[in-house]
Design a protein around this ligand. Structure first.
Ligand SMILES: Nc1ncnc2c1ncn2[C@@H]1O[C@H](COP(=O)(O)OP(=O)(O)O)[C@@H](O)[C@H]1O
Ligand SMILES: [Mg+2]
Length: 465
């Protein structure tokens, strides 16, 4: 089983580690500068001390003082394990008395000045320089000299770095630990999702039962609830389809076994007259069967999800309903039914419709009206506008009214009224209903004003021009 890609984990870590590492970098930089300041404070004092020691080797002379610092003494004073040191001593009039002339000349000095510390360049590298003016002897009135001592920066930077490492290292450790905790926590948190995934992956494609929401985290719960809801709806649809297939098979079974029986009978006949009669019967049965098959196909063709295959085009319902009704006149005459049409004279009633499907809808309604009313009855096809400017098509008969309790159910597939002697499968009105839905139209069923008969009305949206 594949694991859930730890994308969430990685994202979280990136969000956490990015800012933390940036903070750490900032912290390292500040720590370095602060540490360097403290290192300077400590070592500057020592540097000033050396300057004092050097001045002890200046003696008063004629005019200006002179330096009596032997190389050996200078070595002792200026030797350091890590850094190189330099000195320079000048008289107050600016004359170099001793030391390294490369150090900056102090110029002519006036007044007493405090020791001054700064970073300068010497012999191509950075050095820390102290410059001070001090008397050569502690007796009052003794001449003064200007002294400078410089030192390379090795031990200062080293100390600063040692201090930085000791503060930053624990922080780094903390970040590493936080990362591990987050990684572990998130993977634990994602475990229920992984289980959910496994449960779904191992499921049979026929199993539409609800997913167990028992240990689903709250954040994912609405999603799982929606999926469960969808499963429920799918289950209903599956049941419906299964029932439909079973019903359809059952409906086909009877005429097919009838056909077989008739054929067997016909095969046994020897009298050509009787064979002919059997064949005529067979033709009727086959015709019935083919009608049933056509209706089943029509149902499949007009499923609500066939919407994108329907091509609605402007059509004058008034003229079209008259045209379709005319085709039924011979059949109505045969059944002694008075078939009438009441239209809007010449005012066109334009709607968006699929011609073939609309013809099927009207055919089914007229067929029912003629089929289920008694000989001598009246069937009327009407077109017009309703009060709210919708286009109305109504087919009325004066046969027995459909009981109110049945008015919904007769639109269901295979549903027929009890005691029905007429041929039929119960699919006609289901097809009518689907076609109406494809046209965005609504169907109503009422009895006639005088309380008998049935009026099926279909309300279409009027086409806006
Ligand atoms: N105009 C009508 N008058 C009386 N009953 C009707 C009428 N139209 C439909 N019905 C009843 O509704 C049932 C379903 O009609 P339909 O779906 O067209 O199927 P079928 O006509 O194949 O039985 C019919 O069997 C009939 O009992
Ligand atoms: Mg019918």
């Amino acid at each position: 089983m594949r694991r859930i890609e730890p994308r969430l984990q990685r994202k979280l870590l990136a969000w956490l580690l990015g800012p933390l590492l940036l903070l750490l970098a900032l912290d390292t930089a500040t720590a370095y500068f602060v540490s360097l300041r403290f290192a300077n404070l400590a070592y500057d004092r020592a540097l000033h001390e050396i300057a004092r020691e050097i001045v002890l080797h200046a003696k008063p002379g004629e005019g200006r003082p002179r330096m009596e610092l032997s190389d050996a003494a200078a070595n002792v004073l200026l030797t350091d394990a890590q850094d190189r040191l330099y000195y320079r001593v000048d008289a107050t009039d600016g004359t170099l008395l001793g030391g390294d002339a490369e150090l900056p000349a102090p110029g002519v000095l006036r007044g007493r000045i405090e020791p001054r510390f700064r970073d300068v360049e010497l012999h191509g590298e950075e050095v820390r320089l102290v410059s001070a003016r001090m008397p050569i002897k502690t007796t009052p009135g003794a001449p003064e000299v200007h002294v400078q001592v410089a030192e390379t920066l090795h031990k200062r930077t080293r100390l600063a770095w040692e201090m930085v490492v000791s503060t930053v290292l624990p922080q780094l450790l903390l970040i590493v630990m936080a990362t591990a905790v987050v990684w572990f926590g998130v993977s634990r948190g994602l475990q229920p999702l992984q289980r959910l995934r496994d449960a779904l992956a191992n499921r049979s494609h026929l199993d539409l039962s609800a997913i167990d929401t028992h240990d689903v985290p709250g954040e994912v719960r609405p999603l799982v609830d929606e999926v469960n809801e969808l499963m429920g709806r799918l289950g209903t649809t599956f049941d419906f389809q299964n029932r439909f297939v079973a019903d359809a098979a059952h409906q086909l079974k009877t005429p097919v076994s009838g056909l077989k029986a008739q054929i067997e009978l016909a095969l046994r006949e020897t009298d050509p007259e009787r064979v002919k009669h059997s064949l005529a019967q067979l033709y009727i049965s086959a015709d019935r069967l083919s009608r049933l098959v056509r209706q089943l196909l029509s149902l499949a063709r007009n499923e609500p999800n066939a919407l994108d295959k329907v091509q609605l085009q402007p059509l004058d319902l008034n003229a079209f309903a008259l045209e379709v009704s005319m085709d039924w006149v011979p059949h109505a005459i045969k059944r002694s039914i008075d078939l009438g049409f009441e239209g809007t004279d010449d005012e066109p009633l334009v709607i968006d419709a699929d011609r073939d499907r609309l013809r099927e809808l009207i055919n089914n309604l007229i067929d029912n009206a003629i089929r289920y009313s008694q000989p001598g009855g009246r069937v009327t096809v009407r077109t017009g506008r309703s009060a709210d400017q919708q286009v109305r098509l109504a087919i009325s008969d004066d046969g027995p009214s459909i009981p109110v309790a049945e008015r919904q159910r007769i639109f269901e597939r295979f549903h027929r009224l009890l005691g029905n002697q007429e041929d039929g499968s119960g699919l006609g009105l289901a097809i009518v209903s689907e076609i109406a839905t494809l046209h965005g139209a609504e169907i109503t069923l009422e009895e006639d004003v005088d309380g008998v008969g049935n009026t099926f009305s279909v309300f279409f949206h009027s086409r806006e021009d």
